[in-house]
Design a protein around this ligand. Structure first.
Ligand code: BGC
Length: 751
């Protein structure tokens, strides 16, 4: 704390300290004192976040001296440079009139240098506590590199796997989403945001972003208030209640008003209903985008709408600082509105302890990265994220000795691909590939043949489209080298005892602006799969992807199918642990896998129709390929019927639902036991099932465990269109089961 005791601002203040400089004063007093000394330009500066370029010190210095930078986010070349941050911070602190330090924000989403599985994968562990530890490690590494503030977690409910950003969230269920939101906030911020090893967290993207029409990123959303209250808002509220200090306004238009100009959600709900005390940052240029949306006629109007709606800080664009001064002078915008936004930003800077500790320790960086405990955690997280979708005839686990294994596919030796999107400061060289995982497990005398077979995309000549994106030219021929590679792979399969195929989609096909219309394998991989499958050897597929995928042929023809998502830096070791039985799969899906794109949306927690017998398509069942909650392991579990402690319950009371789960196989195993409830008749239609609890239990072969859940108002409530909580009398169904599509319900009545 040497820095905290140093009165770094005193040198230009003749030794007299102001209230805002005294950490012993209450935060609100410090905010008011500082605010009272600020010029309008300095106030608008606090509302501006700009991109930190690596070689623009002079330009930045000019802005900093005038107090025109509230926050920076680094450009690509400026990532991982704590010295640059300190240099610029020194200018803010020592050369600006009031010495207000800037906050350094960054997207540390699922790791900073130690990259963990993507959030959708981590949610499949059904272990929020694991996510908490992951984010704690992420925060630790990020702060070592000079980051104060992570733009995470993304808590957007997502039910459309075409939407590439489904990879960044926790799937299709609001209950699980709330637990993950809270765990993430706590992991980032800890109990004390002043702790230098912690970062300020940011709940995003507020709100409804995941409901983009057609799954096209940034697209319009139309979400009834009832739907919003029950499915999209709860995760944000849980994050706010866990202490999240910032919220990011989304890109999407919500019910006719863009989220970044939406007073109803940003002010009426977030501030007034929930009492949020932190600040709201826009998304990248989303203030100016109010013009393209058709809400504002120019930068001045965009700035006014966003500010008045409740966006405190503008990311990247400069409409606030460029136009609000004049708008205050002309009386169009009140100074009070600006002051309130500035208060929100300063409050977080004080609470973060930024005034006392504006700098970071530059020597700390490298030694903080990839620590042995972090790598152990990355391996544990990857093991727990994978979901065993199919395991016919106990094809897995594989034996480690005596088997001739062909390891085939475009992802067997890939490094960057395993990092997923938003890989922070992650490096391909840190990644353990699947091949390396196999070699480490099997040793030098392993009988392993490795070949790629084909690329992730078709591997044709590329063309540049008018929007600048580079795509494969569909008319170009596939070259001869590719043909040979393909033939070699099929030959390798023929000569093996067992084939492990590593297939999937490129990591750049999920994440931001990465929408797909098809959800299958990319490039020639389906062709490769069919060719290898026709050889007739036992066939294991390890599937990599950032979303639920439609892989009907894999389900039909592979003997075993393991969903690996993008598993992070320890992916290869974790997968080898699972495939060879040193660890058993325990993950369960948090988003349903559709059979085809035509089924989307296919989430488990929808409403019944009046004619549920007619749900099928002419050409397909309505059922997903794999439902929410599905996941197998190397043993089996049996569930006894659900028993209730009482057939009825009075308002405010509790009853217990229990069942006995038995490990009926011959290996130890972990099971995620799930509690679902249905409110059978209510003033508004309720979902056919809703997850309301779960327990992750380990059982030895033959062992049984009684699993009980308490049910009371909390599990039975829902929200009306105005956000009022309703718990309504009547009949409820209760399931305790292995996934969202199985089990028989017990029944009770709420009096
Ligand atoms: C994304 C945000 C991200 C921001 C800053 C935007 O394009 O939507 O999720 O935090 O960029 O990188």
């Amino acid at each position: 704390m040497a820095m905290a005791d140093q009165h770094w601002h005193d040198y230009n203040k003749n030794g007299k300290k102001d209230v805002f400089e005294d950490p012993a004063q209450p935060v609100e007093d410090r905010v008011e004192d500082l605010l009272s000394q600020m010029t309008l330009e300095e106030k608008l500066g606090q509302l501006s976040q700009i991109v930190m370029e690596a070689n623009s010190d002079e330009i930045h210095a000019e802005h900093l001296r005038r107090g025109r930078v509230g926050s920076f986010l680094p450009a690509w070349e400026a990532i991982g440079k704590p010295d640059l941050r300190n240099r610029l911070q020194r200018i803010a602190v020592e050369e600006s009139r009031l010495g207000i330090p800037f906050l350094m924000g960054f997207d540390a989403i699922h790791g900073y240098r130690t990259v963990f599985p993507i959030p959708l994968g981590l949610s499949a562990s059904w272990e929020p506590e694991l996510f908490n530890r992951v984010q704690e490690t992420t925060a630790f590494e990020a702060t070592a590199a000079g980051i104060d503030w992570s733009f995470a977690p993304m808590v957007d409910l997502a039910r459309d796997p075409r939407w590439g950003r489904i990879s960044e969230g926790f799937g299709e269920d609001p209950y699980l989403g709330c637990l993950y939101a809270a765990a993430s906030v706590k992991g980032f911020q800890g109990d004390d945001p002043v702790d230098r090893r912690r970062v300020v967290s940011c709940l995003k993207h507020y709100v409804g972003y995941g409901a983009a029409e057609g799954g096209r990123d940034y697209n319009t959303t139309d979400i009834s208030e009832y739907n919003l209250r029950n499915n999209y808002l709860p995760q944000f509220r849980a994050g706010v209640e866990a202490g999240a200090m910032t919220v990011m306004a989304a890109f999407n238009c919500l019910n006719g008003i863009p989220a970044s100009g939406n007073r109803h959600t940003l002010t009426d709900i977030l501030r007034k209903e929930w009492g949020f005390q932190g600040f709201v940052v826009s998304d990248w240029a989303s203030v100016l985008e109010l013009i393209e949306h058709g809400l504002a006629d120019g930068p001045a109007e965009a700035a006014r709408f966003a500010l008045e709606a409740g966006v405190d800080m503008e990311m990247v664009t400069s409409s606030y600082i460029d136009t609000l001064g004049e708008q205050v002078a002309s009386g169009k915008v009140s100074l009070e509105t600006i002051d309130n936004a500035v208060r929100n930003v300063l409050r977080i800077k004080f609470r973060r302890g930024l005034f006392e500790n504006p700098y970071v320790d530059e020597r700390w960086q490298e030694s903080a990265f990839l620590a042995p405990e972090a790598l152990r955690l990355a391996r544990e997280a990857a093991v727990k994220s994978c979901v065993l979708l199919k395991n016919e005839g106990n094809c897995l686990p594989l034996k480690t000795d005596g088997l001739k294994i062909a390891l085939i596919g475009p992802l067997v030796s890939e490094r960057e691909e395993l990092l997923g999107s938003w890989a922070g400061f992650g490096k391909g060289r840190d990644v353990v590939t699947l091949e390396e995982g196999f070699r480490a497990k099997l040793g030098l005398d392993a009988c392993l043949t490795v070949c790629r077979g084909c690329g992730l995309t078709k591997g044709r000549r590329t063309i540049t489209r008018t929007d600048g994106s580079v795509v494969e030219d569909p008319d170009a021929p596939i070259d001869e080298v590719a043909e040979q590679e393909f033939t070699d792979a099929v030959e390798a399969a023929r000569n093996a005892d067992v084939v492990v195929l590593a297939l999937g989609e490129p990591r750049g096909w999920s994440g931001e602006n990465a929408t797909r219309t098809e959800l299958g394998l990319t490039g020639r991989q389906e062709e490769l799969f069919q060719a290898v499958a026709s050889v007739g050897k036992p066939l294991v597929v390890v599937l990599f992807g950032g979303r639920p995928m439609s892989v009907v042929s894999l389900q039909e023809k592979a003997d075993a199918l393991l969903m690996a998502w993008q598993p992070g830096v320890q992916g290869g070791h974790a997968l080898a642990d699972l495939l060879f039985g040193d660890a058993s799969p325990s993950g369960k899906l948090t988003a349903s896998f559709p059979r085809s794109v035509g089924q989307v949306p296919v989430h488990y927690n929808g409403f019944n129709t009046g004619r549920p017998q007619y749900r099928d398509y002419r050409d397909s069942t309505h059922l997903p390929l794999y439902p929410f909650g599905h996941g197998l392991t190397y043993t089996t579990f049996e569930y006894s019927p659900v028993e209730l402690s009482s057939p009825s319950l009075s308002r405010g009371g509790k009853l217990t639902a229990s069942c006995t789960v038995t490990n009926s196989g011959d290996r130890p195993g972990t099971e995620i036991v799930q509690l679902y409830i249905r409110d059978v008749a209510a003033s508004r239609v309720r979902p056919i099932r809703e997850l309301k609890g779960f327990a992750k239990i380990e059982l030895m072969p033959g062992e049984s465990r009684r699993v009980s859940f308490e049910i009371g108002d909390e599990q039975l409530r829902f929200f009306d269109e105005n956000g009022n909580e309703l718990v309504e009398p009547g009949v409820f169904h209760v399931w305790i089961c292995k996934d969202s599509a199985s089990g028989k319900p017990a029944v009770f009545e709420l009096q």
